[in-house]
Design a protein around this ligand. Structure first.
Ligand code: NAD
Ligand code: MG
Length: 391
């Protein structure tokens, strides 16, 4: 049977996940067609991508940038701003949305795709962390298919049976083992953490990623955000998820069942594997990733994370347990802290200090509407900027 070609919107096309997605699409042009590509400021990169993939739409941040880009494109209509992003995420012709904008900026268009009932390939974990219950309710309501791209969550998804939505207890899961590389500073003397530079923090031992998530991996906030992400995706309690430091980053996570079986997904650390898995699911396609050479890896190590040295993991757990808008506050404070660290305004060790201060200061409300979440996000950003002026 000849299947209909799938139309994809790639939100955040100029980023690390965006380019891995386009690499998989390129290898399967008979199955997938790019419907829309979006970028924030890297308009020149977006122009090259539009010339190559000829999407129906492109979206950039400002009207001025959109006019400039439109002047150079014939086959593509250029839109701008939040409305443009929502439009290409929810367009009737779109089958799949790759949600790969970094941070809270990705929330609105990802939710627009969810509400339109699309197949959502979720890389933008911050969107789910911020709105958790609301996001999952919208998925249920619209019938959207939510597939995790984050390598750990994609591994967990692959290690669970198809009926996992019945509940972890029902399907005999004892716990989820969420693996972490430990980041570039796993073995560094904590007394020297305040000397860490942005370049050192962005140099991840196993993965090549955008700068924000690279810093999150170095502080272990990434694992904290992923713990929250896993709780929502798999309807788990934090006590059912164990974080395991596995420096080789070959096992991407595991599921431990009541009969003693532990299922894992392994592979080389290349995001094209989870992207191809989600794009083709429930089928399998090639991704361009090198086959795993198990003899070359030779050994797997596992350690417990040190939450004293890496307080961000503890802060994320605390925010999830506080509930309501606390995870949105945590996320916003983290975004401001990471940007300040990358701008060399604060030290590496001040990242958790800022987040802790903001979590204590901003009052937590119920996260029962998007407006409540966005208000918490704004209050947390204001409090974080205040902290930066005063410290
Ligand atoms: P990146 O910085 O490389 O790319 C981010 C993309 O988002 C770019 O295309 C940029 O133009 C766009 N963007 C940024 N700010 C925007 C704004 N305000 N409005 C509109 N677009 C904006 O980031 P990345 O590493 O590709 O990560 C993207 C998302 O995927 C993040 O949420 C990250 O946590 C998640 N993720 C990434 C990886 C990875 O290997 N890179 C792995 C797992 C999850
Ligand atoms: Mg991950």
């Amino acid at each position: 049977m000849v299947e209909k070609i799938q139309q994809i919107t790639v939100l955040g096309a100029t980023g690390s996940i965006g380019s891995s997605t386009l690499s998989v699409i390129e290898q399967h042009s008979e199955r997938y067609k790019v419907f829309a590509l979006t970028a924030n400021t890297r308009v020149d990169d977006l122009l090259s991508l539009c010339l190559k993939f000829k999407p129906a739409y492109a979206v950039v941040a400002s009207e001025a940038a959109a006019l400039k880009l439109q002047a150079q494109l014939v086959d593509t209509q250029v839109l701008h701003g939040a409305e443009g992003l929502d439009f290409v995420a929810a367009h009737p012709q779109v089958d799949m949305v790759m949600a790969a904008i970094v941070g809270a900026a990705g929330l609105a268009p990802t939710l627009a795709g969810v509400k339109a009932g699309k197949k959502i390939l979720l890389a933008n974990k911050e969107a789910l962390v911020m709105t958790g219950a609301l996001f999952m309710q919208e998925v249920k309501k619209s019938g959207a298919i939510l597939l995790p791209i984050d390598s750990e969550h994609n591994a967990i998804f692959q290690s669970l049976p198809a009926n996992y939505q019945q509940g972890l207890q029902q399907i005999g899961v004892r716990r989820i083992l969420l693996t972490a590389s430990g980041g570039p500073f796993r073995q560094r003397d904590p007394d020297t953490f305040s000397d860490i530079t942005p370049e050192q923090a962005c140099k991840h031992p196993n993965w090549s990623m955008g700068r924000k998530i690279s810093v999150d991996s170095a502080t272990l906030m990434n694992k904290g955000l992923e713990l929250i992400e896993a709780c929502w995706l798999f309807d788990a309690k934090p006590s059912q998820i164990e974080v395991v430091v596995h420096p080789q980053s070959v096992i991407h996570s595991m599921v431990d069942y009541v009969d003693g079986s532990v299922l894992a997904q392994l592979g080389n650390p290349d995001m094209r594997t989870p992207i191809a898995q989600a794009m083709a699911w429930p089928q399998r396609i090639t991704s361009g990733v090198q086959p795993l050479d198990i003899f070359q890896i030779a050994r797997f190590d596992f350690y417990q994370p040190d939450e004293q040295v890496f307080p961000c993991l503890r802060l994320a757990r605390k925010a999830f347990e506080l509930g309501g808008t606390a995870p949105a506050v945590l996320n916003a404070a983290n975004e401001i802290a990471v940007a300040a660290f990358l701008d060399e305004k604060i030290s590496f060790t001040q990242i958790p200090q800022l987040i802790d201060a903001v979590l204590q200061q901003v009052s937590i409300a119920q996260a029962d509407s998007l407006a409540a979440v966005l208000q918490a996000d704004k209050q947390a950003r204001d409090a974080a900027h205040q902290w930066l002026m005063e410290y």
